[in-house]
Ligand binder design. Structure first.
Ligand code: HEM
Length: 309
């Protein structure tokens, strides 16, 4: 049987970053935390989702570096990730899986495969990349204006912004619907110069979390950017106009590290009543790729235990 596209993408990522037994295909190095999410009053007007009604919702979160090699030091340039699972009544969960890039570089699963193939570390890479760029003009368009600044390592996982990129449909208690895009915003945004990051050591982001938690919770604010009719809701490479309304819908308070959750699998399509997916093909494809990766690292056969915050 020929491999599915999601298997092919995971194969290519394994080739790019190496296969590291037991680790995630990408975002291999990370730390789990537990804590709570408290929705702001504005959230309940936009969605009837249970974790957006106020009250304290337990969460499991994981900060990570995007590379698939878990041994790489924190000071190298990389995308960083923040995945959050909200624990709902009756043992249900809903997830937001976000990263520090504001837009995705391609629009379709075929584009994802073409990109990872173009990046194969061989002599012909420049030729392959050129051919890829000609066929995928959205790649250059998706690059943020502050790309160079974004490549500088963050002072802390808790001092970067994280974007969930895809649009989700929020259904209000009054029957109306709006498309939104999530972003986590830190209390203070800060990036380091290369030398300063290097001097902090290979695991400085991990140590920083430990130090911060000794002084109280790590806080991140959840904002949604609200689309207007006609905004591109199925294209993860396209920005929405700057003037779109941004609403702060809650605060994450992470209180403790938790080292025992490696079997955990986050899923950007694990949504709940009051929230719907957009028909963004990359969003729909991610779950398939995550399942292949989780299967290969043995996560699907171990219990996903959940600790109280
Ligand atoms: C089609 C595009 C994508 C593919 C093929 C892909 C692939 C993967 C895979 C295979 C994993 C490891 C899953 C596991 O073993 O549990 C992963 C994890 C992750 N991805 Fe993606 N990804 C895609 C798009 C994105 C986007 C758009 C974002 C950000 C919005 C993102 C953020 C993350 C994060 C933060 C993790 C780590 C989650 C954790 O801590 O467990 N990915 N991705």
């Amino acid at each position: 049987m020929s491999p599915t596209r999601s298997q092919q993408v995971v194969d290519e990522l394994n080739e790019l970053f190496g296969f590291h037994d037991g680790y995630r295909t990408v975002h291999a190095k990370g730390r789990f935390l537990t804590g709570e999410f408290i929705a702001a009053p504005a959230a309940a007007r936009l969605t009837r989702a249970p974790h957006m009604q106020g009250g304290r919702i337990q969460v499991t979160a994981r900060f990570s570096n995007g590379n698939g090699n878990p041994a790489l030091p924190d000071f190298l340039p990389d995308v960083r990730g923040l995945a959050v699972s909200f624990h709902l009544p009756a043992g249900q969960r809903t997830d937001i899986v976000a990263a520090t890039l504001p837009r995705f570089p391609v629009r379709t699963p075929a584009g994802v495969l073409a990109l990872v193939r173009a990046l194969r570390p061989r002599l012909t890479m420049p030729l392959r990349l050129t051919a890829f760029l000609l066929r995928h003009p959205e790649f250059l368009r998706s690059l943020p204006a502050n790309l160079l600044a974004l490549r500088r390592p963050p002072a802390s996982y808790a001092s970067a912004r994280y974007y969930a990129i895809h649009a989700y449909r929020w259904m209000s208690p009054y029957g109306s619907e709006r498309f939104v895009r999530y972003r986590w915003v830190p209390e203070q945004e800060k990036r380091l110069g290369w030398l300063r990051a290097l001097l902090r050591g290979r695991d400085y982001l991990q140590h920083d979390l430990e130090a911060r938690l000794r002084n109280g919770p790590v806080r991140m604010h959840l904002q949604v950017q609200v689309a207007r009719p006609g905004d591109p809701v199925s294209d993860p490479s396209a920005a929405w106009p700057e003037d779109r309304e941004i609403v702060t819908v809650g605060t994450l308070e992470l209180r403790a590290l938790d080292g025992e959750e490696e079997a955990y699998v986050f899923d950007p399509l694990r949504i709940t009543d009051g929230i719907g997916p957009s028909d963004d093909p990359v969003l729909l494809f991610r779950t398939q790729a995550y399942t292949v990766s989780a299967e290969r690292r043995g996560a699907l056969h171990r219990p996903q235990h959940v600790k109280a915050a």
